[in-house]
Design a protein around this ligand. Structure first.
Ligand code: GLP
Length: 256
């Protein structure tokens, strides 16, 4: 894992934006895995301002709530179109988000896996992390080999996401999420985490044992996993001095 600690969310976002922008410039038909939540918002804004050419880019979102109409302000369809897609020149047919309103959820989960394969796999998968270590909506105790499927949210996640819905009871209990096995097949994984409420999940993911109790800890087994943190999210890391040392001493030829 490459741990990149920056002084604030702005500079950490800048590093992540450079990684994604370089990928799109070098490989115009790149396949990106995208995330929702408050963490990647600044990154999407930065990418919009970079005026990149998204015309050949394909995207696959990690997850979606079940039963929310697409136009609901908290559906991830709505989130992605409002915060990224409608501001860039991506083609609608190249955008993929699990359909939480499908009649046959298990069928569309299988189809989603096939679509990712048919696109040639995901080049860079962007991830946030839940305060309990979830990635996508793979809650603690999710199978580390799981594929795209339905999940029931934990009470903690319903509580965390209540701020978007106004009322905890309005947070849907069920979601579709790419599995941990699906995420691990991406060629590169880029996780962002900001703020003290992520510090425990981050230290467990980066320095704890690999365990389904913290699904993000599986990234220790990924050959190209980068983690961009602000100071607060990094504040519990035991080896933070070492991570800073490594980053500051990167040979120029070895890009981020
Ligand atoms: C949500 C999303 C995750 C996201 C996480 C953290 O439930 N499904 O993909 O990473 O929670 O969200 P936030 O960035 O708002 O803290």
């Amino acid at each position: 894992m490459e741990i990149i600690i920056q002084s604030n969310p702005q500079t950490a976002t800048h590093v992540a934006a450079q990684i994604i922008a370089r990928q799109i410039r070098n490989y115009p038909s790149t396949v990106l895995g995208l995330a929702t939540g408050s963490t990647p918002l600044m990154l999407y804004q930065t990418l919009i301002e970079m005026n990149l050419d998204w015309s050949e880019v394909k995207t696959f979102n990690l997850d979606e709530y079940i039963g929310l109409p697409f136009e609901h302000p908290q559906s991830y369809h709505h989130f992605m179109w409002e915060n990224l897609f409608r501001h860039i020149n991506i083609r609608e047919q190249n955008v993929h988000i699990p359909d939480g309103n499908a009649e046959d959820i298990s069928q569309i989960c299988q189809q989603y896996e096939q679509l990712i394969k048919a696109a040639g796999g995901i080049d860079i998968q962007l991830l946030g992390i839940g305060s309990n270590g979830h990635v996508g909506f793979n809650e603690p105790t999710s199978s580390l080999a799981s594929r795209t499927r339905i999940k029931t949210l934990t009470q903690q996640t319903c509580h965390d996401n209540a701020r978007f819905f106004g009322n905890e009871n309005d947070v849907p209990r069920h979601v579709i999420t790419m599995g941990i096995g699906t995420i691990m097949e991406a060629r590169e994984v880029l996780m962002l985490a900001f703020g003290t409420n992520k510090a425990q999940a981050v230290v467990d993911a980066v320095e704890g044992p690999v365990s389904a109790m913290n699904p993000a800890s599986i990234l220790q087994m990924h050959p190209v996993a980068k983690v961009c943190l602000d100071e607060s999210a990094a504040s519990f890391l035991e080896k933070s001095e070492y991570y800073r040392w490594v980053y500051d001493n990167k040979p120029a030829w070895q890009e981020i």
